[in-house]
Design a protein around this ligand. Structure first.
Ligand code: ADP
Ligand code: MG
Ligand code: MG
Length: 249
């Protein structure tokens, strides 16, 4: 069953009018893991952000259907409630809001949409404590302000904690491996694997094969100048590691 279908997607940066996405085509079925690789500046983060509904960009052409609905018609919050999760390459800090309150609010919004009763602080604490174990995070992160003063690696773990708490049908993970040491990378990769079920899908953006060795993608796409120019299996990543982008895009 098709989860996400992107057809001929074009998008510009609103501020400058520059076109960054030049006709992206991508189909993700339920339960599939996909990876996008590509040179710096090829449009990977822009593509991820456009899917999440980031306000810096305007879609100028093409279509995106998510779970049978027009994704481009939805507000960012609606996309998230519909089951799309996006972990940003540079996660934002939210001063004055503790991690646990932030997650509690977001989680309750989701429960409300599903017609389930909201969880009070104690029930939520119980729930999140179990999710924390998945990402191997210390409980003291719950009472710190969202991402404030977190190291690069801690921010990435926190993004996966958000995914673990909120759940998603499609998780878009933009360079979730950047700035992680080997152990943290293993933890984060295994946490994502633990969250994967036969229905859940992942689209990860990465520069490195090492993440793909943990979260094994079925398809690897190469993005160049704002479109996907090649699709293959994980062997493309190995080829990249050896030869760089010369031979590929
Ligand atoms: P990648 O993630 O593949 O490295 P990006 O999607 O981040 O590439 O960026 C693609 C191009 O678009 C780059 O040249 C980048 O500088 C530019 N760009 C993306 N977003 C913005 C923005 N909000 N303002 C200005 N330039 C942007
Ligand atoms: Mg980049
Ligand atoms: Mg990027």
């Amino acid at each position: 069953k098709i989860l996400l279908e992107v057809k001929d997607l074009t998008a510009i940066i609103i501020k400058t009018g520059e076109q960054i996405l030049n006709g992206v085509n991508l189909v993700i079925h339920e339960g599939e893991v996909h990876a996008i690789m590509g040179k710096n500046g090829s449009g990977k983060s822009t593509f991820s952000k456009v899917l999440a509904g980031h306000p810096d960009y305007e879609v100028t052409g093409g279509t995106v259907v998510f779970k049978g609905e027009n994704l481009l018609d939805m507000e960012p919050e609606e996309r998230s409630l519909a089951g799309l999760f996006m972990s940003f390459q540079s996660p934002v800090e939210i001063p004055g809001v503790s991690n646990i309150n932030f997650l509690n609010m977001a989680y309750n919004a989701r429960r409300k949409k599903l017609g389930l009763p909201e969880l009070g602080p104690l029930e939520f604490y119980d729930y999140i404590s179990r999710r924390l174990k998945i990402v191997n995070m210390d409980t003291n992160f719950l009472n710190r302000n969202v991402n404030e003063g977190f190291s690069g690696g801690e921010k990435k773990r926190n993004e996966i904690l958000q995914l673990a708490v909120l759940g998603a049908d499609l998780a878009i993970l933009d360079e979730i491996d950047s700035g992680l040491d080997v152990d943290a990378l293993q933890d984060v990769g295994e946490a994502v694997n633990e969250l994967l079920t036969p229905q859940k899908s992942v689209l990860m953006v990465t520069h490195y094969q090492r993440l793909l060795d943990i979260i094994k993608p079925k398809y690897v796409h190469i993005m160049d100048h704002g479109k996907i120019v090649k699709t293959g299996d994980i062997s493309i990543a190995a080829q990249l590691e050896k030869e760089g982008y010369k031979g590929i895009a």
